[in-house]
Design a protein around this ligand. Structure first.
Ligand code: KG4
Ligand code: ZN
Length: 375
């Protein structure tokens, strides 16, 4: 049995004893809490969405998001514990999203977790949101192999990594402008499909013809693993101006399907190019956009054809959730990461970048403000 030290002693603990972990996520517009068992099984995964608050504004309003997190967080955490049938006194650690994200929203989650950690005398570990998304790949497939290629596609990120056996994630390429999720959201807005845009485009595209319009597929240069989606968005804008007038529903569906196809094909092409360049046969695709039905179909079909082991988390683990945060925290603790008493939120993207073979790689460990450099 592990006995829990008081918080001032927590950081001196050399080894962490496996026990249930509570994850908390509040980086954007979802208040989430989840409990993982001592073996790493998801016992509960509660998400309170703020869609109804933000939809009338066509996007997330940061002040409203922070206020809603404040109102919901205690209830969401309690529900996660009740569903998991785990008493808060049985928890061995807390994992909380530290950043990147909306400053006010992150503050709510981090301060709530700090108070809980102090009250219970258990360690707290800060998680980089991207690290959480990456961990979601192993939530339902713990046997997924390393090394592998990971594509993170969310509202703020489109990053390709080579995930090494030792846990390091080497950045192979990223978007130079908009993220894939942003391209979906902005495209949806132009098409009058509202917020959140990705699921709306996905839905309407199912009844459209993906070859009706030819939108540009920006690959930058051949064999390059960088992305660019801002030109695609401009192309849709020009197409809409050219069509000039209220769209018939089949036109909206065709535009959505063709626009989506341009995003999907670029993502798939780059992900498979990364596999080839790194001589790897395992691909994980994570983040909100990995919920896209067309992307999932294209990747799955190509993976079967090319003998690639593919993991696509179930939809509930693609979009923001706390199970992935708890999983990332548990993994770090199992690897000997020491929690930090002076944990603070980090809204800006702060990764360690170390030059390795002329490539920047991310040191995915707990962010400790002053020790790390911005990338
Ligand atoms: O990971 P996530 O929930 O939050 C961030 O970390 O950003 O990703 C949100 C993004 C949004 O841009 C949303 O439109 C997109 O994921 N998304 C989708 C789908 N579901 C969510 N994009 C395309 N198709 C979907 N089905
Ligand atoms: Zn996310």
């Amino acid at each position: 049995m592990c006995s829990h030290p008081n918080p001032s002693e927590i950081q001196l603990e050399a080894r962490w004893c496996p026990s249930p972990v509570l994850g908390i996520e509040s980086s954007c517009d979802e208040t989430a809490a989840a409990v993982l068992s001592r073996e790493g099984i998801v016992l509960s995964n509660v998400v309170s969405s703020q869609v109804t608050i933000h939809e009338k504004f066509g996007g997330v309003v940061p002040e409203l998001a922070a206020r809603a997190h404040l109102e919901k967080i205690d209830m969401v955490v309690r529900e996660a514990l009740v569903t998991a049938q785990v008493s808060k006194h049985a928890l061995g650690a807390l994992a909380v999203t530290q950043g990147p994200g909306l400053a006010g929203s992150l503050l709510v989650g981090v301060n709530y977790a700090k108070a809980l950690s102090y009250g219970l005398g258990i360690p707290i570990i800060g998680i980089n949101h991207l690290q959480g998304h990456i961990a979601s790949a192993w939530l339902t497939d713990p046997t997924f192999p390393l090394p592998c290629i990971v594509l993170v596609v969310s509202g703020g990120h489109t990053h390709l990594y080579r995930h090494e056996v030792d846990g390091r994630c080497i950045l192979l390429g990223r978007t130079r402008d908009d993220a894939a999720g942003e391209a979906f959201d902005k495209g949806a807005q132009m098409l009058g499909l509202g917020y959140p845009g990705g699921p709306a485009v996905d839905r309407i595209a199912r009844s459209g013809d993906l070859q009706a319009f030819r939108f540009p597929r920006f690959h930058r240069t051949k064999n390059n693993l960088e992305f660019s989606f801002s030109g695609l968005k401009t192309a849709l804008l020009y197409k809409l101006r050219e069509m000039d007038g209220p769209l018939r529903s089949h036109q909206t569906a065709d535009l959505a399907a063709s626009y989506q196809e341009a995003i999907v094909q670029v993502l798939a092409t780059k992900a498979f190019a990364a596999l080839k360049q790194s001589n790897m046969a395992a691909l994980a695709v994570v983040g909100g956009v990995s919920a896209n039905s067309r992307l999932r179909a294209v990747l799955s079909e190509r993976a079967v054809r090319e003998g690639i082991r593919l993991v696509l988390p179930p939809i509930g683990y693609c979009t923001d959730n706390a199970a992935m945060i708890a999983a990332a925290g548990r993994q770090l603790l199992m690897n000997g990461e020491r929690p930090h008493a002076d944990l603070d939120s980090s809204p800006a993207e702060r990764f360690v970048t170390i030059l390795d073979e002329n490539r920047a790689h991310i040191g995915f460990s707990t962010l400790r403000g002053k020790e790390k450099t911005n990338s």
